[in-house]
Design a protein around this ligand. Structure first.
Ligand SMILES: Nc1nc2c(ncn2[C@@H]2O[C@H](COP(=O)(O)OP(=O)(O)OP(=O)(O)O)[C@@H](O)[C@H]2O)c(=O)[nH]1
Ligand SMILES: [Mg+2]
Length: 312
């Protein structure tokens, strides 16, 4: 993913480092550049403080980049998949305890993934991409169109379903998304599916009633699988600025997100926003969206991400 970012930081950083300015001025320019890349002021200050006290830092370009990269990669410590990790290992299909099924050891290999996020972030497309991924790995996949809010909400996923030959359970526009989720879980449990992808309606994180609806959806899933969804993925639009941290906090409160998908990475020159969220919330980024086709989903690797952020 070396050419992901259209205005590489590295070029601008190289100019700064080549400017022969005084050390302090260089730090100030670097600081400004990182802020312009959507990294929050707080995190930039933290990064700069670490650079300042790093005795190994010189202002030779390659050396500076190496230290800066280490610093940025360090933000993902403990939350990162190894470079080149197989997609299957990121979100494996685990053994889940099914409600009412005894004994406790009698668990099924199933996966339930719910996608949440603000309007237009890329949830429906990501649901289809994940469905395609599991299908291509031989899993029997079902999709649930719990976006009954928009007229096109359900039909958009159905269209993907037709294209990928994956069944979709939806409802009429305005129908209770809870009932769609309930019906989907019913089919999922009784018809031998392995993976269920639940696409939800876009919602602004400040609308309390809509956020509570997510809590309700999780509760319905728990009626079938006491531990709830295997994963609740927050889909974030990589082209959006700093407001994503607030999004992540609110969605975590109401739906207990377990991971993130950074969509539309192909369309941004910045991308620093993910660093803020990971730094503050310690939630892993699982995938990146790199286009509009079903196969345009890649595992997230901090190594590759930082390298591409600082590539030529
Ligand atoms: N270039 C690019 N476009 C994407 C990507 N993911 C989604 N899109 C596009 O972004 C737009 C919105 O995507 P959706 O999947 O409909 O977003 P959503 O979150 O389901 O939207 P709502 O249901 O309205 O909240 C569509 O035009 C998608 O094709 C991506 O990784 N790269
Ligand atoms: Mg949608």
């Amino acid at each position: 993913m070396n050419d992901l970012f259209k205005t590489p930081l590295k070029k601008k950083l190289s100019l700064i480092l080549g400017s022969k300015k005084a050390k302090e001025e260089i730090f100030e320019d670097v600081e400004e550049l990182l802020i312009l890349s959507d990294i929050s002021m707080e995190l930039v200050e933290q990064i700069l403080a670490n650079l300042r006290k790093n005795s190994k830092l010189t202002f030779e370009k390659e050396d500076f980049f190496r230290v800066l990269k280490e610093e940025l990669k360090g933000i993902f410590a403990g939350l990162d998949a190894p470079r080149g990790a197989a997609v299957d290992t990121l979100l494996p299909v685990d053994k889940l305890k099914i409600a009412g099924k005894e004994p406790e050891t009698d668990k099924d290999e199933k996966k339930i993934i719910m996608l949440v996020g603000v309007n237009g972030s890329g949830k429906t497309t990501t649901a289809a991409k994940l469905a395609y991924l599991y299908q291509s790995r031989g899993k029997k996949v079902l999709m649930s169109a719990a976006d009954t809010f928009r007229a096109a909400g359900s039909s958009q996923l159905s269209l993907w379903g037709e294209r990928l030959d994956i069944p979709v359970i939806g409802g009429e526009r305005g129908a209770d998304p809870g009932s769609v989720v309930y019906n989907s879980l019913n089919s999922f449990m009784t018809k031998g599916y392995d993976v269920l992808l639940i696409d939800t309606a876009g919602r602004v994180q400040t609308k309390e009633n809509l956020m509570k609806e997510l809590e309700k959806l999780t509760k319905i899933i728990k009626k079938f699988v006491p531990s709830g969804p295997s994963d609740t993925l927050l889909v974030i639009d990589a082209t959006m600025g700093q407001n994503t941290l607030d999004q992540a906090k609110r969605f975590k409160t109401f739906s207990g997100i377990t991971g993130m998908v950074l969509a539309k990475v192909d369309g941004t020159a910045k991308g620093g926003t993910v660093l803020n969220i990971v730094n503050e919330m310690r939630i892993p980024v699982k995938f990146i969206g790199i286009g509009e086709r079903a196969k345009d989903l890649a595992p997230f690797s901090a190594d590759e991400f930082v390298d591409s952020l600082l590539s030529d």
